[in-house]
Design a protein around this ligand. Structure first.
Ligand code: SF4
Length: 326
């Protein structure tokens, strides 16, 4: 470790003041402390925001749900409204990390977590995300777990969050509060693709704080669920995953929300799959046909060619599970 200062704030204004001065927010600390130990991250000042009143799950006037940024993952997963209205969120959370981490880590921290690319965490390796302009060791290195969608010459790392995939599928939005006031950003615009600046990962302005993630109201009945495919059944990141929500009325799919994880540099929304589903009647053939679009635009690397086919099968299986036709 190296020297840094630590401040605990008890109100939002105190947090924003410290954030404006360049302080780095910390809550559960389950990612940031590891990265500091490994000297991947070296913030001068940590601002502990865990006492801020951002720990509620509430129904919105518009019929959606607002999950406070400091709600622990385990609490969000178990919340009756989340479980009832959006099981895809509960399932994504429960398939993440370990029980201990889910008790500590927060919803805001989860979507802010940084990639698990091993080269990013190895300070002796070239990594444009950690050290802009140094290169990307993963491109020619071992890239079995890396992204096949949304990549750039500069970076091919996946976004590791599971619940972010559910948020992307459901077209959530992120509420932010900064020195200049509050604003709301569509989830699809919050996490940034790497382009030529993979070190810029979120659409956050200096000192801005995530206050909540809002899930919009969706037509009912809504069936939803999350499937995660990984090398082992616990405490592992996704090779591929699929978040699916379907509104089926009168035997016809009226709404379809689908996104994939483990394959994109950001949680990957699948609009071509959604389009193939809407207006159709559920059938085994439809799931296969729609899932064929899941890997559209994929650019596999040397060691992860299997991901394109695995992604299609993951999406097809989860459409079948949620849609109910065997
Ligand atoms: Fe760094 Fe991204 Fe390359 Fe990994 S894939 S080494 S995070 S630049």
């Amino acid at each position: 470790m190296y020297p840094f200062s630590f401040t605990k704030v008890s109100d939002t204004q105190g947090a924003l003041d410290a954030g404006r001065r360049g302080g780095r927010y910390i809550a559960g600390g389950t990612t940031l402390v590891d990265l500091m130990r490994e000297t991947v991250e070296r913030p001068d000042t940590l601002v502990d925001i865990s006492a801020l009143p951002l720990r509620e799950v509430t129904a919105t006037e518009r019929g959606g749900l607002r999950i406070g940024a400091l709600v622990p993952m385990a609490e969000a997963a178990a919340h009756s409204k989340v479980r009832t209205l959006y099981p895809v969120i509960s399932e994504a959370l429960e398939l993440s990390a370990s029980p201990q981490l889910r008790n500590m880590a927060t919803i805001g921290g989860n979507i802010m977590q940084r990639t698990r690319c091993t080269y990013f965490r190895d300070v002796s390796a070239d990594c444009n995300k950690r050290e802009p302009g140094s290169g990307c060791a993963a491109r020619e290195g071992f890239n079995r777990t890396h992204a096949i969608l949304g990549t750039s010459e500069s970076c091919v790392a996946t976004h590791p969050s599971d619940v972010a995939v559910a948020f992307a599928a459901l077209e959530a939005s992120v509420h932010l509060l900064g020195p200049d006031g509050g604003r709301t950003v569509a989830f699809a615009d919050f996490l940034l693709r790497p382009g030529s600046t993979p070190n810029n990962e979120q659409a956050l302005r200096r000192g801005e704080l995530i206050t909540a993630v809002e899930i919009p109201a969706l037509p009912r009945p809504l069936r939803s669920g999350y499937l995660k495919v990984r090398d082992r059944q616990s405490y592992e990141f996704a090779l591929t995953s699929a978040a699916v929500a379907l509104h089926i009325r009168g035997g016809v799919i009226r709404e379809a929300k689908v996104a994939a994880g483990g394959v994109g540099t950001v949680p990957w929304k699948l609009p071509a799959v959604e389009r193939a589903l809407i207006g159709e009647r559920p059938s085994k053939g439809l799931w296969v046909e729609a899932a064929e679009h899941a890997a559209d635009g994929a650019r596999p690397l040397r060691h992860n060619r299997f991901k394109a086919e695995l992604l299609k099968r993951t999406v097809e299986r989860q459409l079948r599970t949620v849609g109910g036709t065997k």
